[in-house]
Ligand binder design. Structure first.
Ligand code: GTP
Ligand code: MG
Length: 367
């Protein structure tokens, strides 16, 4: 994987902006979007202008989690050979992010905390004393808003200092466990204790410490997520949730298919109309008739047909889907359908890729 230089892992909860940070630092094109579980395998890229390889890992809530992607992230942390880690946390939901941060610090003390989504935290009137947070964790903390590229230069400079040893690693045990446990990740169950019971004890200790730290450095209104909860109550309600989802998806499909048919017809007329002038130009260039036919009847006609059939639905569907995604509606669809999908051995997130496949199938039938 690595030739020379340092390797640095990007870790954090799902959907906190790890891939957005990765793309901004490396110029990469990792898939980003407003729902969790997009990154499912390792991706690596070189930080622009630095001899540092960055590895984007799948999101995980805890090092004791059991899903395949989460196990991959844990395995990379323990055996991947990274010299340091950038821990990406959600500033609007710090306590939840800190559970993983604390667990990772037990195994990899060379770390920097990228306190991302600061813009969202500000909107919710959440204030974080980063100096206190840094003191409590024993690692540098850099506030960022990765989507608007804020704080990323400072993150890069801090990472350089962590790698060179100018900034010291975390030296205190980050989590306080019962006396017989030294490191949560390598703890083994006692006789008569199940793995699940031990994991519960380990996670509870991390949650408790995360709560303590949050209390020392976060100032927030009584319920900063009240608006989100009110939206959830309306959008996910038993009575209106499913009808609203069906209505919105039907509207997206209708706008895509009916809009695309009109635009496809216009585009196809325009592009195929260029076939005759193209044929005249190629003939005037004294190309043999076979070559002229190959380029116009073959290459041009196929290209014009593919572009006019494929481009309009994509140009309509993806912006509409992005609007729903940015409004936070797509993850809510996934949650709403999760129960039904689980019964079929799948999960709610697959409903989103099913929407894309349904559109493609419908378009193939009509187009
Ligand atoms: N408002 C705001 N949105 C952000 C910021 N950083 C990332 N996002 C958005 O957050 C969403 C999730 O970003 P990703 O980079 O895909 O998150 P991730 O942590 O890689 O997600 P998984 O791979 O699913 O774990 C995307 O819609 C981003 O555009 C930020 O600083 N502010
Ligand atoms: Mg990602």
């Amino acid at each position: 994987m690595k030739d020379a230089g340092s390797a640095v892992a990007l870790m954090g909860n799902p959907n906190v902006g790890k891939s957005t940070v990765f793309n901004a630092l490396t110029g990469g094109r990792q898939h980003t979007g407003n729902w969790s579980g997009k990154t499912v395998s390792l991706a690596e890229g070189r930080i622009t202008g630095e001899d540092i390889t960055l590895i984007d890992l799948p999101g995980t809530y805890s090092l004791h989690a059991r899903s395949q992607e989460e196990a991959l992230a844990r395995e990379f942390l323990t055996c991947g050979g990274a010299q340091a880690v950038i821990l990406v946390a959600d500033a609007a939901c710090l306590q939840r992010s800190l559970v993983l941060v604390l667990q990772v610090l037990e195994v990899q003390p060379h770390a920097v905390l990228c306190l991302n989504l600061m813009d969202e935290a500000r909107k919710k009137h959440i204030r974080i004393d980063t100096a206190v947070l840094s003191r409590e964790l024993g690692i540098p903390v850099v506030p960022c808003a990765a989507r608007s590229k804020k704080g990323l230069n400072e993150l890069k400079n801090t990472l350089r200092s962590v790698l060179s040893g100018t900034l010291p690693p975390c030296s205190e045990p980050p989590i306080r466990y019962p006396a017989d446990i030294r490191c949560g990740l390598y703890a083994e169950p006692h006789k008569g204790q199940t793995r699940d019971e031990l994991d519960d004890i380990l996670t509870a200790a991390a949650v408790l410490r995360a709560e303590e730290i949050t209390m020392t450095c976060v100032t927030a209104p009584d319920d900063p997520h009240a608006r989100d909860r009110a939206i959830d109550r309306a959008v996910l309600s038993r009575r209106f949730g499913i009808p609203l989802m069906l209505l919105l998806l039907a509207l997206v499909f209708w706008l895509t298919l009916s809009g695309a048919n009109t635009v496809s017809a216009m585009l196809s007329g325009f592009l195929l109309g260029l076939e005759a002038p193209l044929r005249r130009v190629l003939t005037a260039l004294s190309l043999p008739p076979g070559a002229v036919s190959l380029l116009t009847d073959g290459v041009w006609r196929v290209l014009a047909t593919v572009v006019s059939v494929m481009l309009p639905p994509m140009a309509i569907f993806f912006p509409l889907f992005t609007l729903l995604e940015d409004a936070g509606y797509l993850p809510r669809i996934a949650l709403q359908l999760d129960h039904a999908f689980c019964r079929a051995g799948a999960c709610g997130k697959q409903s989103l890729s099913m929407c894309l496949r349904t559109l493609r199938a419908q378009k193939n039938r009509t187009g």
